[in-house]
Design a protein around this ligand. Sequence first.
Ligand code: 5GP
Ligand code: ZN
Length: 112
Amino acid sequence: MSADCIFCKIAKGEIPSNKVFEDDEFIVFHDIKPIAPVHFLIVPKAHIESLLSTGVTHQDLLGKALLIAPKLALQLGLKGFRTMVNTGREGGQEVFHLHIHVFGGSAVLPRT
Ligand code: 5GP
Ligand code: ZN
C-alpha cells in the first residue's frame, strides 16, 4: 500500500470502481476514461510501481495477470482484444501502480 496511490485505494475499497473481477491478488475494473467500447484494467493489489520495478520474484504474478485478460475478455463478450502496459513516464504511464490495459469491442482499434 502506498498512501497516495489511487489504485491502492481502489484495491482497498476506499475509492469506488466499476469492478469486473477480484481475488486475493488482483482487482480488475473498467477504466474511468475508456478509449474503446470495452476498456478495463488488470491491477495487482500489491503496490508495484511499474514493470521497471519487477523481477523474477514477480514472475508468477505477471503470468497470472496476463491470464486474467482472455478470461474476462471472453466473459465480457469480446472475441479479441488489445493489451497495453505503459511503463515509466517515457512510456506514457500516468498512474504509478502496475496495471494492464485491455481494450476491445470495436472491429478496428486505432494503432497507437
Ligand atoms: P496509464 O498509467 O497506463 O497511462 O493509465 C492509467 C489509466 O488509469 C488511465 O487510462 C486512466 O483513465 C485510468 N484511471 C485513472 N484514475 C482512475 C480512477 O480513479 N478510476 C478508474 N477506474 N480509472 C482511473
Ligand atoms: Zn498502489
